[in-house]
Structures are given as structure tokens and as C-alpha cells.
Ligand binder design. Structure first.
Ligand SMILES: [Fe+2]
Ligand SMILES: [Fe+2]
Length: 290
């Protein structure tokens, strides 16, 4: 497995001509190619959903996040399309539109699943119109970085635990991998966009990023509190039939994050926020035990 450090070393060891300047035309081509060249053309309508035994179906229906997941994908698709529509650069516009298409497709996969297994959800959710595409995209991007980091770990647990049939887990593999691609695209879009702003506009953009990040953290804290007091991850883990040690779970999220990002061009920037926060939390948790 290629770790984050080894990824950096690989980039550092490259000949100067192969290195990428943040904000350059080459950066734009690489970040757009990341999405456009790795598109997976699967079709939700023809997914062969496996038959489930009654207990497995009940476990699936009992997972606490289907409504939130449908709403999140609907919002993400609408907001990413809004930024695509507001973007003049044809290549970036095309990549953003593909990202939006993939979010709408995630919602379609979930929609087929809830219908096939007869899972009760609160109806078709429609996203509100987007007033500020730039701000909406920043919020969505940070939200995805946050959610998918933990989803990578939970997905690995679902796979390891045998709590669901492997055929069902495998249906969601391309969905989860697409979120890894989206995170990588997002952090590179942010860096590219910032580098191409006039110096005088950069502090405002940095403040907007910080505000979007803070808004998403506050939002997740509220969701966690509403779900079970203060620990949504433990709820997710116990819903998957796994007793979670927080430190080991964070280690699994980190390893999965690195594994999922490893195949993509080493010149692209890697997400640092969630891996950094997870490493810090693991150190604190490790220290608290001694
Ligand atoms: Fe998605
Ligand atoms: Fe996504």
C-alpha cells in the first residue's frame, strides 16, 4: 500500500519537468483528467441486487442513514451542477458536470436499492435552488471530505465483518471509490482556484474556505448530537455489528483513505485535513490510555 508520505516522496523524487506547479495549466489538465479519464460507466438501473435473507434485509433497512444519504447526494448533485453552469473554463466545467452526474447517479443507486428492498424513506427530496454556486460547492466539498473519510472506514468494516453479503457490498464499491476521486478533485480545484486569484482576493477566498469548513463541522456536530448524544461513528459501527475502538477505527479510515487515493497521479495534491486530524486524535487517544 502506498502511504501518504511515500506519495509525497514519489512526487519529490520526480524529475523537475514532471513536477506540477499549483495553479498552472498542467495542474488544471491533471485535476480535470482525474475525473474525466477515470469515469466508470456503470448503470444503476441494471444493478443485479442480491436477494437477502429476512434478517439481512432488516439489518439493511435499520441502518440509520438512508434519508440523510439520499438528501446529501441530491444536494451534492444540484450544487456541483450549479458551479459547472457558472464556470466559464470549458475543461473545468466538463469535470464539474461529470462530478454532478456522478452524485445524481449515487442518488439513483440508493433509490433503486431502497425500492428493491422495500426500505422506508421519507419520499423524494428536492434540493433548494443554489444562490451562490461557489459557496455551495465549497460547503459540499468539505462535507464530502469529512463524510467520506469515515465512510471509507465503515465500508471496510462492512466488508470485513460479513454483516452483509459480499455481492451487496460490491455494488457500493464504485460509489465509495467515486467519493475518493471527488475529494481529490475538490482539494486540487481549491488550490488551483486560489493560485489563480489576484493576491488582493486571496484573503477573502481563504476566509470563505474557512467559513465553509466551519459550517460543515458545526453541521456534523449537530447531526452527531441528534443521533446519539455525541458519537455517530459508534452508532454506525454498532449498526454494522462491530465493536469499535476509536483509535483502531481512525487507523482503518486512514489506511483506507491512502489505499483509495494511491492509484491517482502522484503530482496532484492530497487531502491533508482529515488525515491530519485523525493522526492527531490517534495520538491523543493513545496518550490518554497510558
Ligand atoms: Fe456522492
Ligand atoms: Fe461526491
Amino acid at each position: 500500500m502506498m502511504g501518504e508520505n511515500s506519495t509525497r516522496m514519489t512526487a519529490a523524487a520526480m524529475p523537475a519537468a514532471a513536477r506540477m506547479v499549483v495553479g498552472s495549466a498542467q495542474h488544471k489538465e491533471l485535476l480535470c483528467a482525474l475525473l474525466l479519464d477515470t469515469f466508470d460507466p456503470y448503470r444503476p438501473a441494471v444493478i443485479p441486487w442480491p436477494e437477502l435473507a429476512p434478517e439481512a434485509r432488516a439489518r439493511l433497512a435499520g441502518l440509520p442513514f438512508w434519508d440523510v444519504a439520499l438528501e446529501t447526494e441530491e444536494n451534492a448533485g444540484t450544487r456541483m451542477q450549479a458551479l459547472a453552469d457558472a464556470t466559464s473554463d470549458p475543461l473545468i466545467r466538463q469535470a464539474l458536470a461529470l462530478n454532478a452526474f456522478e452524485e445524481r447517479r449515487h442518488k439513483e443507486v440508493l433509490g433503486h436499492m431502497v425500492r428493491f428492498y422495500g426500505i422506508a424513506v421519507s419520499g423524494d427530496i428536492r434540493a433548494a435552488p443554489v444562490r451562490d454556486p461557489h459557496w455551495a460547492f465549497l460547503r459540499t466539498g468539505y462535507g464530502e471530505c469529512f463524510d467520506s473519510f469515515f465512510a471509507f472506514g465503515l465500508f471496510a468494516l462492512a466488508r470485513q465483518s460479513g454483516f452483509f453479503p459480499p455481492e451487496l457490498v460490491e455494488v457500493f464499491e464504485p460509489v465509495v471509490q467515486e467519493e475518493a476521486r471527488h475529494n481529490l478533485f475538490f482539494v486540487n480545484w481549491v488550490a488551483y482556484t486560489q493560485a489563480n486569484l489576484a493576491w488582493s482576493r486571496r484573503p477573502a477566498f481563504a476566509a470563505e474556505r474557512l467559513a465553509a469548513l466551519a459550517a460543515q463541522i458545526a453541521n456534523r456536530a449537530r447531526t452527531a448530537k441528534a443521533k446519539d448524544g455525541d458519537n455517530f461513528t459508534v452508532t454506525g459501527g454498532s449498526a454494522l455489528g462491530v465493536d469499535l475502538d476509536a483509535r483502531r477505527f481512525l487507523g482503518l479510515c486512514l489506511a483506507e483513505n491512502e489505499r483509495r487515493l494511491a492509484p491517482y497521479d502522484a503530482r496532484l495534491l492530497r487531502p491533508r485535513l482529515m488525515p491530519g486530524a485523525a493522526r492527531l486524535a490517534m495520538r491523543l487517544l493513545g496518550g490518554a490510555r497510558q
